[in-house]
Design a protein around this ligand. Structure first.
Ligand code: COA
Ligand code: AMP
Length: 635
């Protein structure tokens, strides 16, 4: 017998117009679409072509008009500043309308880009929503990135304005944003007309005359701005994510498909009703923060929590339970690494017992595979379903999940369950043929992708086609490898490119190699991700020095570690590197990163048939041992 999930999934693929057209009725449109799915220009597919709406209206104003004005829209909970502040839907709408007025008074209009470089404070969400209100395109840059990364994004997005804050607060230290912002603008070839700076008392910044505007001051005289209708296919935001080189990809999200899909996921995936309290413990700088701290819960009339803290150390490993209990959180979403951090500090979950978690119904995890140990620890201690779901910055919402609002399937450890409605997920071999159940291959999604996914990359249609669509014609390549079992459960095993996943953060080893290669003494290098109990993976570098360099190796390693921190940012967590005489390569000169990784991860490996000189692996082993990393030679 077919359950609600099977019915939805089948219909979404057989009749996408009917399926998504009905769901789209849940959004307020200023002009109805002409076509649900516009397939006139493959491989570029557009949803709700001809339709017009405003995403901010749907996230805020409509709820006030429909009677939710007094309900909490956003609760800012910040253990690092000892603050809890609640915004009702009316208050959040009013603040957002005023801030839209501030941006408009500095010339920001429909289609203009605005970079948001902010810590986890409500003003970050207000800035995003204010852009949406004006039809401007925001691009949020994660606070853990260095000035250079910010500059790359400024040059690509060419923002009219930048919104930032004087500082962010990391466990025990204040990160001043102004020096980073000034340096980024200095390096960048594109210059914004204005920067709006929110002053925080922990580090008040010196503002630059003629460029910088004080947020609080500007708000006192700002005229609230109305919602500007935009085309469903107009961009709502650009979010840069790691590609295989140091050049990040600007993932574009449109307005119409995004609003339709995200609102619908709240019930379908998370089983959340309007009015419920929902918490995604992530950062607005990542896609999880965009989709599930800001847009989806607000589009659905929920109360969202914006948490400025960490799972441990703010002040202890009970922080998550305190927030769940204080705000009566019904569903939470975070990355497995956060739970591993808690488990490490409080293995018996003693701190959990101090809190009333009776309102808590479900935990969702994503960002990396949920390892069975973490899954069982969370299930056993919380006593609620723990759901792994798989998605990417590009997709904006889950490709595979257990749709708890449709039909709860038994959880299989290590699997994010099944393809969500709208997704035709197939595992393909190198010749683009589907493999049989249980066989590993490239996980690909048949085009068109559902609403809310990337229509293209910012100003880079060719790169979009080349990166995602060319290798498997007719499919979107996820760059994840894995398999589907006999019951249709998907298993994500590894990336097929140079992306690594560190504490749920997606990083490019190619980008790090570009930084190392720029060191004056480095002739050649390789960076790869080795398994780590807490963060999932950690980057490790191998350096071959130029002939004649006889400096102290430890000094060079310290310098390259600092270079990665300065160029990419602390979030890269690049702390380990070793100098080696040679790198293992194939006879055609390709570095055997996969083999080094297997040695480091202590897994059996086969000597690659194409290896140029097998004795190099002995040297790699010695280097790994010097870094304290496990090693074992295979057959
Ligand atoms: N601004 C400035 N620096 C930042 C930053 C920010 N917004 N976020 C992180 N950093 C810094 C950290 O302070 C750390 O610096 P350090 O090298 O001086 O210690 C470095 O970047 C690495 O950060 P992180 O990988 O987050 O490590 P951590 O040790 O601070 O915390 C966890 C580890 C597991 C507790 C943390 O990663 C976490 O809570 N993860 C939750 C998962 C998550 O949010 N994933 C996002 C996608 S869902
Ligand atoms: P990001 O774009 O930062 O969200 O990273 C996306 C990548 O993270 C995916 O391509 C996967 O490699 C990995 N990922 C995210 N969620 C999961 C999950 N639930 N299981 C396995 N891998 C995941």
């Amino acid at each position: 017998m077919s359950d609600a999930y099977i019915q939805a999934h089948t219909r979404s693929l057989e009749d996408p117009d009917g399926y998504w057209g009905e769901i789209a009725e849940d959004i307020v449109w200023t002009k109805k679409w002409d076509k649900v799915l516009d397939s006139s220009n493959p491989p570029f597919y557009r949803w709700f072509a001809g339709g017009e709406l405003n995403t901010c209206f749907n996230a805020l104003d409509r709820h006030v008009e429909e009677g939710r004005g007094e309900q909490a829209a956003l609760i800012y909970d910040s253990p690092v500043t000892d603050t809890v502040r609640t915004y009702s839907y009316s208050q959040l709408r009013d603040e957002t309308a005023k801030f839209a007025g501030v941006l408009a008074s500095h010339g920001v209009a429909k289609g203009d880009r605005v970079i948001v470089y902010m810590p986890m404070i409500p003003e970050a969400a207000i800035a995003m929503l204010a852009c949406a209100r004006l039809g401007a395109v925001h691009s949020v840059v994660f606070g853990g990135f260095a000035a250079n990364e910010l500059a790359v994004r400024i040059n690509d997005a060419k923002p009219k304005a930048i919104v930032s804050a004087s500082c962010g607060l990391e466990a025990g230290r204040v990160i001043e944003y102004m020096p980073l912002l000034n340096e980024a603008i200095n390096i960048a070839t594109h210059k914004p007309d204005a920067c709006v700076i929110l002053q925080r008392e922990q580090a008040v910044a010196d503002l630059t005359d003629g460029r910088d505007v004080d947020w609080a001051e500007a708000m006192t005289t700002a005229e609230p701005h109305d919602c500007v209708p935009v085309a469903a296919t107009d961009p709502l935001y650009i979010l840069y994510t790691s590609g295989t080189t140091g050049e990040p990809k600007g993932v574009v999200r449109d307005n119409g498909g995004h609003a339709v899909a995200l609102k619908w996921t709240m019930k379908t995936v998370y089983n959340i009703e309007p009015g419920d309290v929902y918490w995604a413990a992530s950062d607005v700088g990542w896609v999880v923060g965009h989709s599930y701290i800001v847009y989806a819960p607000l589009l659905n009339g929920n109360t969202t929590i914006l948490f400025e803290g960490k799972p441990v150390g703010t002040p202890d490993a009970g922080a998550f339970w305190r927030v769940i209990s204080d705000h009566k959180v019904k569903v939470m979403f975070t990355a497995p690494t956060a739970f591993r951090a808690i488990k490490r500090e409080d293995p018996d979950a003693e701190l959990m017992k101090q809190y009333d978690l009776s309102a808590f119904e479900m935990l969702f995890l994503a960002g990396e595979r949920t390892d069975p140990d973490t899954l069982h620890w969370a299930e056993d201690n919380l006593g609620v379903p723990v759901i792994d779901h798989w998605w990417q910055t590009e997709t904006g919402w889950s490709i595979a999940t257990n749709c708890m609002g449709l039909h709860a399937y038994p959880v299989k450890p290590g699997s994010p369950t099944k393809a969500a409605p709208g997704w035709d997920v197939q595992v393909l071999d190198d010749a683009a043929n589907p493999v049989k159940a249980g066989d590993i291959g490239a996980i690909c999604c048949k085009l068109p992708l559902p609403p809310g996914t990337l229509p293209s990359l910012w100003n880079a249609d060719d790169r979009y086609k080349q990166a995602y669509l060319e290798e498997f014609p007719g499919f979107y390549k996820t760059a994840d490898a894995g398999y589907i079992d006999e019951e249709g459960y998907l298993y994500i095993m590894a990336r097929t490119d140079d992306i690594i996943n560190v504490a749920g953060h997606r990083l490019s080893t190619g980008g790090m190699e570009e930084v190392l290669a720029a060191h004056a003494d480095v002739a050649e290098c390789a960076v790869l991700g080795v398994a780590d109990d807490l963060k999932g993976q950690l980057p490790v570098g191998f350096l071959v020095l130029k002939a004649g360099v006889d400096r102290d190796h430890a000094e060079i390693v310290t310098e390259v570690v600092q270079m990665v921190r300065d160029k990419i940012g602390p979030v890269a967590a690049f702390k380990q590197a070793a100098v080696v005489a040679r790198l293992p390569k194939t006879r055609s000169g390709k570095i055997l990163r996969g083999t080094i990784q297997k040695i480091a991860d202590n897994v059996e490996y086969k000597m690659p048939a194409t290896i140029d000189d097998p004795t190099v692996l002995d040297e790699i082993e010695v280097a790994l041992e010097s870094l304290g990393l496990a090693s074992k030679r295979g057959g």
